[in-house]
Design a protein around this ligand. Sequence first.
Ligand SMILES: NC(=O)c1ccc[n+]([C@@H]2O[C@H](COP(=O)([O-])OP(=O)(O)OC[C@H]3O[C@@H](n4cnc5c(N)ncnc54)[C@H](OP(=O)(O)O)[C@@H]3O)[C@@H](O)[C@H]2O)c1
Length: 328
Amino acid sequence: MTCCLMSIITVLAYILVPISIFKIFLKLTTGWDRSPTCLVGKTAIITGANSGIGFYTAQDFAKRGARVILACRNRQKAEEAKFKIIEATGNPNVVVRIVDLSSLASVRAFAKEINETETRLDILVNNAGLGGMEHQLTADGLSLIMQSNHFGPFLLTHLLTELLKKCAPSRVVNVSSKAADYGKLDLNNLNGPPDSYFTKSRDYANTKLCNILFTAELARRLKGSGVETYVIQPGLVKTEILQHLPLINRLAVQALASITHKNGEEGAQTSIYASVSKDVIGKSGEYFGECKKWRMPSAAKNKELARKLWEKSEELVQLTHQERQLLQ
Ligand SMILES: NC(=O)c1ccc[n+]([C@@H]2O[C@H](COP(=O)([O-])OP(=O)(O)OC[C@H]3O[C@@H](n4cnc5c(N)ncnc54)[C@H](OP(=O)(O)O)[C@@H]3O)[C@@H](O)[C@H]2O)c1
């Protein structure tokens, strides 16, 4: 009996000790934003703010006193998030606006409403994103994942640029991923299934590489306007991002994520840092992780690729000639 108990304790120790050490390592290496920045009088939009990283980013801005616009596609989930944020921060200036980034018409309607009803925009966080789904096309004929993660935010940023410029100094923060390191873009096949066995992960990686290339080219085009833009990677965070995986895979990933991933609040820190810290001023176009400068994937340093992706995106989101002039 004693021998059996000892064996169980030994096995548990072999499992629990490395997990605990890993957890301590994760806590020690997670970057935290310590900026005292007050956001009273400022307005921030966070896309995909009803869950995960976006939720905690929005909650932080509300704590700092901002007017916070939760830009979400599901009204019920967004209203629930709004209620929680108001309750946690005591800031009643939190509103829901509906946008589906996988629809060009929805992005246009959202931007029109913001431009007509908001007097200012100081921070735009392009946070919403999805991953782990089968390749499919949207009603606009674009890849669902590419439109949600890149084309939608590209169009949205374009249509909000005038308001951002009016409120300069202002910021655009794009949420990418370490997965961008594995991106391999084919500009002639941005909406087709990638030519790879690892289709789903390559599809996601490509969208996240686009986020970094977009930021670099946006920074170049915004130079001198007072609007700065940064791109971040949040690390591995336990969120709803892989909700589209088949059940078995999802359960396995979630079990692993409980050990190896940050929680949502930890995952939001670099988004918050890039949005409010004084440290990043003058570093427009740069890439951050763990609240410090992060190594760019080599493909993301290709300026020519960034310019060509921009031009291709202008065409695919059907920007008018006049709209293109906003960011020439
Ligand atoms: N979690 C990670 O480990 C990790 C790592 C690297 C990068 N990221 C990036 O972090 C960002 C936030 O993801 P998360 O991990 O916090 O995942 P999440 O909990 O699933 O949050 C994603 C948010 O985006 C929204 N969204 C998805 N597609 C949308 C669309 N077409 N229109 C409008 N909103 C849409 C979701 O809305 P619904 O609730 O309605 O689905 C949700 O609010 C993403 O850009 C992701 O790529 C995450």
